[in-house]
Design a protein around this ligand. Structure first.
Ligand code: GLU
Length: 558
């Protein structure tokens, strides 16, 4: 038996399988040629980040558009940074945004698929088997260096102005013998397993990144850690083993991993596995003081998907917005195809930004207003109920008391060729609809400057006399026109424009007074529909209250 095989048995005595066992257990997938197998591999160290959602969306599209598979894998090897409920939070978030998951964690606590377990902490035996394979081939070894020793080496390297790290002659245990290792283990010294890198810094490696194109870097010569002292793999090692065994074809990940790619490619080569295609996505950026920076968990509330939940951005809006930042020609597609699902857009990695797409909250709102304006009222109301049940109980109580009434409110100017774009997120619906509910209606009788308080009294007096429930907009408007002469206002806008000096105002001003009385606002959607929904009695009562107010005011002014 070779020394390296003896070393492998000494270090990992419980591993009794060869890698063929797992190679056979997880055979190549039977998918049509060209199908992409993608995955998102979040670490449950906090809430779902907008960047993870962005990458998952791209994974999903890449898989769907090629007839492939998209799966989730939880990278929970760093137990110190893990937060309770982190896995569920991420999976629930993806589900909530409608990112369909074919395999892996498909729901909290539920895994599906033939390539699992899809949680790294449950795969220690697999990583150890692959590490043992490398040790037995003389391609990995135990390193007993303490933190202090490593620190000392680093300082020496710095003093000599050399690249820091565990490589070449600095790699103290690189040539450790079986006997030496055995002795140190018997002394109870902790150790990690390092790769015995055959690479040389002066050699170059190349790979074709799906977004950034051809990348050239020095070959890896560092004897980086593959198994930590607790037998748990580092990201580098777990990535290679998992993405190989789960038969991932396209690794779409944050571009902070570009610099580690030589390590990964080296591992694939040493194992003799075909590497995946790498697609390194630049982070979503924010503009701050004129310069771009990465969107940050610490500084930007928009980094967490909770922000979108709480404000009530529908998932369609968030995904639609992410599509606009993923491929800049997406907006042309949307303009040409207002009603097609985004999945029909011809997505391309090559069209993604190399330096990082900019997050723009105003743009998100514009996109969302557009998305919401195109929704059917039933969907709007379902969303409002769902959102308010969680984030605004008071509003929930109001809108759930009479669903038909609520539907009427949110159906104003909807389902027409040019729908109104008033609402960007559900929180805005609260204020938007507040005057429809007596509990939240806030009278505000501020008149535009050109309307006299005494005239407002007259307008309301006349209108209260003339006001009657109507069947249509025309009749409703006729009632307002009809009161104009008595107040010295022009009934016809055109006539007023021709002879402005002849009149104190025109029918538009009269309806402003009525609008303010009924809604407390100067700008609203179609007033006729609003009054119809509010109902005759309620409107009459509001008109009278406003009249009282102006009357008292004008008397006080005398
Ligand atoms: N767990 C890694 C991360 O969260 C995954 C990177 C990858 O997709 O390979 O950054």
């Amino acid at each position: 038996m070779s020394d390296s095989q003896r070393l492998a048995d000494l270090l990992l005595p419980d591993i009794d399988k060869a890698i063929d066992y797992y190679e056979n257990m997880y055979p190549p997938r039977e998918l049509p040629e060209g199908s992409r197998v993608t995955r998102v591999a979040p670490s449950p160290t906090g809430y779902l980040h907008i960047g993870t959602l962005y990458i998952s969306l791209i994974d999903r599209i890449a898989a769907t558009q090629s007839g492939g598979v998209f799966y989730t894998r939880i990278e929970d090897t760093d137990k110190k940074r893990e937060v309770a409920g982190g896995i569920d939070d991420i999976i629930n978030g993806l589900i909530r945004y409608g990112i369909e998951i074919d395999e892996g964690f498909v729901a909290p606590g539920e895994q599906k698929g033939e390539y699992g377990p899809y949680q790294q902490s449950k795969r220690a035996h697999i990583y150890q088997c692959y590490a043992k394979h490398l040790i037995a081939k003389g391609l990995a070894y135990p390193c007993f260096c303490t933190e202090e020793e490593l620190e000392k080496v680093r300082k020496e390297q710095e003093a000599l102005k050399l690249r820091t790290g565990y490589y070449g002659k600095w790699a103290k245990h690189r040539d450790i013998t079986f006997e030496e290792a055995k002795k140190l283990i018997e002394e109870g010294r902790p150790y990690v397993i390092r790769l015995k890198s055959p690479g040389k810094e002066e050699n170059r490696i190349y790979f074709d990144d799906g977004i950034k194109g051809r990348i050239e870097m020095p070959e890896n010569d560092e004897d980086f850690v593959i198994l930590k002292s607790d037998g748990i793999p580092t990201y580098h090692f777990a990535h290679v083993v998992d993405d190989h065994l789960m038969r991932t074809t396209h690794v779409i990940r944050g571009d902070e991993w570009v610099s580690s790619t030589p390590k990964h490619l080296q591992l694939f080569k040493l194992f003799g596995f075909k590497p995946p295609k790498y697609i390194h996505v630049a982070p979503i950026m924010k503009l701050e003081g004129g310069s771009k920076r990465k969107i940050s968990k610490r500084k930007d509330p928009e980094a967490a998907v909770y922000y979108y939940y709480e404000k009530g951005y529908p998932k369609e809006s968030v995904l639609e917005y992410l599509m606009t930042i993923a491929n800049s020609d997406y907006e042309d597609f949307r303009r040409a195809n207002p009603d097609e699902p985004f999945m029909n857009f011809k997505f391309s990695f090559k069209k993604m930004s190399v330096s990082g797409a900019l997050f723009d909250g105003d743009k998100l709102n514009d996109v969302s207003r557009d998305v919401i304006s195109r929704m059917k009222v039933d969907r709007v109301v379902d969303y409002l109920l769902e959102w308010s049940a969680e984030y605004n109980k008071e509003f929930y109580r109001l809108i759930s008391a009479d669903i038909d009434y609520t539907k009427k409110i949110f159906n104003i100017d909807r389902d027409v060729p040019k729908p109104r774009k008033d609402i960007a997120f559900w929180q805005e619906a609260v204020d938007y609809s507040s005057y429809f509910f007596d509990e939240t209606f806030k009278p505000c009788y501020d008149l535009p400057e050109n309307i006299d308080v005494a005239d407002a009294v007259k307008i309301l007096d006349e209108y209260i006399k003339a006001y009657a429930p109507t069947d249509n907009r025309q009749e409703w408007f006729e009632q307002i026109k009809a009161i104009c002469p008595a107040v010295g206002y022009a009934s016809e806008t055109k006539e007023y424009r021709k002879n402005p000096d002849k009149y104190k105002g025109y029918v538009g001003d009269a309806s402003t007074v009525i609008r303010i009385a009924v809604t407390g606002r100067r700008n609203t959607p179609d007033l006729c529909q609003i009054m119809d929904i509010l109902g005759y009695e309620r409107c009459l009562q509001r008109l009278k209250s406003a009249r009282e107010f102006y009357k008292n005011l004008s008397e006080g002014l005398k």
